[in-house]
Design a protein around this ligand. Sequence first.
Ligand SMILES: [Mn+2]
Length: 193
Amino acid sequence: MGVSWGAVVRPKHGQSVSGDVYLVEPFAPHGLQVAVIDGLGGGTEAALASNGAAAVIRANLTAEPTLLMKQAHTALHGTRGAVLGLLTFDLAQRNVTYVGVGNIGAQVYSSIAIKPISKNGIIGYRLPTLLKLNYSYNFGDTFVLYSDGISSRFSLDNQISTTMAPQSLAELILQQHGKHSDDATVVVVRITE
Ligand SMILES: [Mn+2]
């Protein structure tokens, strides 16, 4: 039982450094952390904040997700801050949690209704009361995590084919719904047998 995944990051037009970062990190015995992180502002300073949050997650992959958010919040004091969406999969139990702070979008294609939402706030500045949503999922379900450089209208796009390979799907979403005025990130994770 596993996943296949794909991801794209495109810096804002005219920037060489993206303030968005993503991570897809398996951990023993059956875990997977998937995050999209958008550092506030843009360029190097934003990248410092988003990479700081990513480093916290990478260093503590097995930690409980709301604890990870709190640790990232502490680590990002003194930076520009970041928004962060975190999916934590238990691939043995077919269970996933979502914790999101700020403007990160999550769209799930599943036979069951799964609608992860993020709470308003900024990691490093203002941590909201964290909401951890918990779902069971099925084989073939497709999870899309994206930054606000992707129009949220993409979630209404009926042309999205969830049988498309995850990398191709990520690239298509960026191509059709990405904004050049902001860093744009899409991560697609599909549950496989
Ligand atoms: Mn952004």
